[in-house]
Write a protein that binds this ligand. Structure first.
Ligand code: KG4
Ligand code: ZN
Length: 339
């Protein structure tokens, strides 16, 4: 029997089936992630129906592996934390059904976790010393949310994207450039060989006096550029285009985060979500915030993209802060929002 408060985290909102065991909210005993990336590659994006079927196949073995790796039995668990939104409904339902079954069979409390809150809490695993007040940018394939929180669990949404998420723009641009899947890491890598000033692209909403984002116009500008090149029979300078596109996204994200940090007078900023793995974004934001003596935190690479460790940690904090337990009627909420 293992000592401590043990949370089983379960995540299945998109194309990763994941289970993790977390001790006392911050120590990761296991974090098993079965990625479906290879399965969806030939379609150039996640196919929801295929994803749900794969989650059904993988959920039990992944949970068993997570428990075994942690050296934990079901009866040792103190809490089950599961993502209940936002995400793909079919995938969410698989994780929720598994979580409910375990909670019911072993009489363990269940908490429903917002996936975006999970991304935020991934930072608390990598940096347990973090304390609010904080500004947090969550940038992933599905979300671009700029948040402020004065205390844990109480979020003020400062702004979010009006159309595409930043990661979605990376993925779509990479698809038309035919440089690989998923698009974010492919563009990140290619951009290292290119000139970020080579191609003039728009920076939507950068000077607007708000914290909102918009990436669909930028994506269209890249598509138009590619079409014009093709029509003229000219070669597409892929590395320069990747670097210029990435720079445009980073300029907008950085400008808004710096503005929020200054307006809210915080000393700490969190970056989270899949796009927070972007090496250039981390460096630029860190440099800009450093000049203002504001510290930037981001999770270790494995905790940036979807994983159940972040869900376990977020669930642990939710339970400790609110004592809120989810009923067995807990349902998937594909459009769940924070705040
Ligand atoms: O958080 P995540 O795993 O899933 C969602 O909740 O959406 O994020 C996945 C997104 C994808 O759009 C992927 O292209 C992007 O994160 N991503 C990156 C990088 N690594 C992953 N974007 C830019 N640079 C990266 N290095
Ligand atoms: Zn995510």
């Amino acid at each position: 029997m293992r000592e401590g408060f043990l949370t089983l985290g379960i995540e299945s909102s998109c194309d990763e089936t994941s289970a993790a065991v977390i001790k006392d909210g911050k120590e990761v005993l296991s974090n098993v992630i079965a990625s479906q990336i290879d399965l969806h590659r030939k379609f150039g994006g996640v196919v929801p129906e295929i994803a749900s079927r794969k989650h059904v196949e993988l959920i039990n073995p992944v949970i068993e592996d997570a428990l075994e790796e942690a050296g934990v039995d079901y009866k040792d668990l103190s809490l089950i934390a599961v993502t209940y939104g936002p995400g793909l409904v079919g995938g969410l339902l698989v994780g929720i059904a598994a979580a409910k079954a375990i909670a019911y069979a072993h009489d363990i409390p269940l908490v429903g976790v917002n996936h975006i809150e999970g991304h935020i809490y991934s930072n608390f695993i990598s940096h347990p010393e973090i304390k609010p007040p904080l500004v947090c940018l969550t940038v992933s394939g599905g979300h671009t949310d700029l948040l402020y929180f004065e205390e844990l669990g109480a979020y003020e949404v400062l702004g979010r994207t009006k159309d595409d998420a930043a990661g979605e723009a990376f993925d779509k641009v990479a698809r038309v450039m035919e440089v690989g899947y998923p698009g974010g890491p492919a563009i990140d890598k290619l951009a290292k060989e290119g000139d970020s000033q080579a191609i003039d692209l728009p920076r939507p909403l950068i000077y607007d006096d708000n914290y909102d984002f918009s990436f669909s116009g930028l994506k269209t500008a890249v598509l138009n550029y590619i079409n014009q090149k093709k029509q003229k029979g000219e070669e597409i300078p892929k590395a320069d285009l990747a670097a210029s596109f990435q720079q445009a996204v980073i300029d907008v994200l950085t400008a808004k985060v710096v503005k929020a940090a200054q307006d809210k007078k915080v000393k700490r900023v969190l970056l989270s979500g899949g796009v927070s793995a972007n090496s250039h974004l981390r460096r630029e934001l860190e440099e800009k915030l450093d000049e203002l003596e504001i510290k930037l935190y981001y999770p270790q690479p494995r905790l940036c993209t979807d994983n159940a460790a972040m869900i376990g940690t977020a669930g642990y904090f939710k339970y400790q802060l609110t004592g809120e337990i989810a009923p067995y009627s807990l349902n998937a909420n594909p459009n769940l929002k924070l705040g």
